[in-house]
Design a protein. Structure first.
Length: 255
């Protein structure tokens, strides 16, 4: 039948605008496809831009919470004992010890040899000697402690504030309230950076924080927030492992 119709009437010719209409439909379909891809790409770009604009303060807030946890642990620690005792390993090779009584008598030991400390206090802050009584009298409020410590620093050495506060955590016989205040003050210092979990050279796990020193290098501390103890300290040139830091009734074995 189709062949008979074509023989009688010939092949049907399209209307004068048929090809144009078909081509427009094809072009429109392709345009819709391109627009859908463009829309998808634009949506992804917008989502990325939104992600970049959202403040990503989680590491900062995480570090702050860790320091506040350490402050709580420090506040509940004990300060009972006859001697303040610190034992450290320097640069992985040299070990030192310090014992100090509440009356200010002090002894040091290196390579097993015990020596009485005379002539000056075994404690200092930014080059200024501190007596045992001065350390005990430091405020247990974070803001007041920060102000007091800042006042002790030499003029123009504000960058030492974080380092001076950290010294109250383990190198000095600070009362529990003062150690807690030092942790809280550090939590509010913007220059103190949280680096994440870390282990010291003895394999002890803790949380790492760093801050700048006037020399241009950064000091990194690893702390155990559960016990509030500082585990190690290093500044790129020197390292110290804190093996013992606390009160004890066991004094130095004097010759």
């Amino acid at each position: 039948m189709d062949e008979l119709i074509r023989e009688l009437y010939g092949r049907p010719q399209p209307g004068p605008h048929a090809q144009t209409r078909v081509w427009r439909r094809i072009t429109a379909r392709r345009r819709r496809r391109r627009l859908s891809w463009t829309a998808a790409i634009s949506a992804a770009a917008a989502a990325l831009a939104l992600f970049l604009l959202v403040p990503r303060d989680q590491p900062v807030e995480t570090g702050r919470q860790i320091l506040l946890t350490a402050a709580t642990s420090a506040a509940s620690s004990t300060s009972q004992g006859t001697y303040w005792h610190v034992r450290k390993l320097h640069d992985g090779a040299r070990e030192s010890e310090l014992w100090v009584t509440r009356q200010g008598r002090a002894w040091t030991a290196e390579q097993g040899r015990v020596t009485r400390v005379t002539g000056r206090s075994p404690f200092s802050m930014a080059g200024r000697d501190l007596t045992f009584e001065e350390i005990q009298a430091l405020p247990a409020d974070a803001a007041e402690l920060r102000e007091r410590v800042a006042a002790m620093l030499p003029p123009g050495s504000e960058s030492l504030l974080a380092d001076a506060l950290c010294g109250l955590l383990w190198t000095k016989p600070s009362p529990p309230g003062v150690r807690a205040a030092a942790y809280r003050a550090l939590a509010d210092l913007p220059e103190v950076r949280y680096l994440g979990t870390a282990t010291d050279d003895r394999g002890r796990a803790g949380e790492a924080f760093s801050f700048g020193l006037p020399s241009g290098v950064r000091r990194t501390l690893i702390i155990d927030p559960g016990t509030s103890q500082v585990l190690s300290s290093e500044d790129g040139t020197r390292s110290e492992l804190v093996l013992v830091a606390g009160w004890t009734d066991e004094g130095p074995r004097r010759p």
